[in-house]
Design a binder for this molecule. Structure first.
Ligand SMILES: Cc1cc2nc3c(=O)[nH]c(=O)nc-3n(C[C@H](O)[C@H](O)[C@H](O)COP(=O)(O)OP(=O)(O)OC[C@H]3O[C@@H](n4cnc5c(N)ncnc54)[C@H](O)[C@@H]3O)c2cc1C
Length: 369
């Protein structure tokens, strides 16, 4: 049966839902107040990571990782995916113990994608890492991809399947209408049987309208990129007890991020960088890679991201309305998961049991609390 679905938000998750729903013959309309990929999905660090995931997310991240392997088959573009591996580096023995505990946890959950490496192996994989680092936790097959190219590829594929995108109009109202919804966006009206809330950092406003407020906060992770440097790094690197994500692209530039926050300006719908936070991040880089003290930063930016208090997303049917599905709150690590969430949304729209465990992501966890 064809269902009319309105998706609010054309980030990666909205486009992923659009691909899967439209390819199954549903009538899909995607609405974005800016344009596809304008916010977190188009400006993030591109990390494709299973390493260090919350246990509840590991099945999804594993399934998403399998989709990343065949991205070209899925959307006609590899989205710049490079499976160079990821390594969390220990800076001292206490870090090493944390990583050993994590390896034990992963094994006890029945997974083996993360494993400890010692000092020699760390140096073999990352010759330029500081000599005091005693080892790390590695995950082969993780890597990075190109965020804006990813959203564009998924959006294009959804359009090829018949999804219609409306950009530059903001959804301001959802009214119950003949068992479905009348969605108002900047004066235009759209009829829907089901609404999918993929509104990122703005998703909480829709939840409030639906009578199910959520403790979502908007945060502004920051990134900076260097001039081109001679190739020195293959895997993506993170620190263990400090925020850091560090990767060198094929063109030599190095992207530095990993959690230090700027500020969100909701008046102007954008995120601003904070120099002291960038300096803190740069200091972490230099303590892991001393030669980077000479590298010049050529650009900095920040993006607006939805963060939940328990750091895992909401991916569930609404608690108050059967015909609303929520997909938001990815807490600064949702890019990798975009490759799978659309399949789950399609299961929910089709009233099928999702093939992956999503109970931990239910919106009811906040109502219960
Ligand atoms: C700087 C930064 C670095 C990051 N690095 C990584 C990383 O390395 N790896 C990783 O896995 N994740 C990373 N993330 C997180 C990841 O980018 C996000 O989790 C993910 O992109 C969220 O996608 P989304 O589709 O939910 O939201 P978004 O991409 O924000 O999309 C939401 C869309 O909804 C639209 N919208 C909102 N309200 C309305 C409305 N009322 N009407 C119409 N449209 C509306 C917005 O305009 C927006 O385009 C990073 C995030 C940032 C900001």
């Amino acid at each position: 049966m064809t269902t009319r679905v309105v998706i609010v938000g054309a980030g990666f998750h909205g486009c992923s839902a659009a691909v899967h729903l439209s390819s199954q013959g549903h009538q899909v309309t995607v609405i974005d107040k800016a344009y596809a990929g304008r916010h977190a999905s188009g400006v993030n660090a591109g990390g494709v990571r299973r390493l260090g995931r919350h246990p509840a997310e590991i099945p999804l991240a594993t399934a998403a990782w399998q989709r990343w392997q065949r991205m070209t088959d899925l959307v006609g573009d590899d989205c710049g995916f490079r499976p160079v591996g990821q390594i969390k580096v220990a800076e001292n023995d206490a870090d090493m113990q944390l990583l050993a505990d994590r390896e034990t946890q992963i094994r006890s959950l029945g997974f083996d994608h993360e494993y400890l490496i010692d000092r020699e192996e760390l140096r073999r994989r990352i010759p330029s890492v500081a000599s005091h680092c005693p080892g790390g936790l590695a995950c082969d097959g993780d890597g990075y991809a190109n965020p804006y190219r990813t959203v564009t590829a998924w959006r294009r594929r959804a359009q090829q399947h018949g999804a219609i995108f409306h950009e530059g109009i903001e959804v301001t109202n959802l009214d119950s209408h003949k068992g479905g919804w009348e969605v108002t966006a900047s004066g235009q009206r759209f009829q829907a049987d089901i609404v999918v809330n993929c509104a990122g950092a703005w998703a909480g406003t829709l939840c409030e309208r639906l009578g199910e407020p959520v403790p979502l906060t908007a945060e502004a992770p920051m990134l900076m990129i260097t001039e081109r440097l001679s190739p020195f790094l293959q895997p993506v690197v993170g620190a263990t007890s400090r925020p850091l994500s560090f990767k060198q692209f094929e063109n030599g530039t190095v992207l530095i991020g990993g959690g230090v926050r700027g500020a969100v300006d909701f008046q102007r719908d954008l995120a601003e960088t904070r120099l002291d936070g960038l300096a803190e991040n740069a200091n972490t880089v230099v303590s892991l890679f001393p030669f980077m003290a000479q590298a010049r930063i050529v650009r900095t930016w920040a993006g607006v991201e939805a963060v939940m208090p328990d750091q895992i997303p909401v991916l569930s049917r609404s608690h108050t309305h059967d015909n609303v599905i929520h997909v938001f709150g990815f807490s600064a690590h949702g890019y990798q998961l975009g490759a799978i969430t659309g399949e789950i949304v399609a299961d929910l729209v089709n009233q099928a049991e999702p093939s992956l465990p999503i109970t931990p992501f239910s919106i009811t966890r906040f109502q219960d609390a």
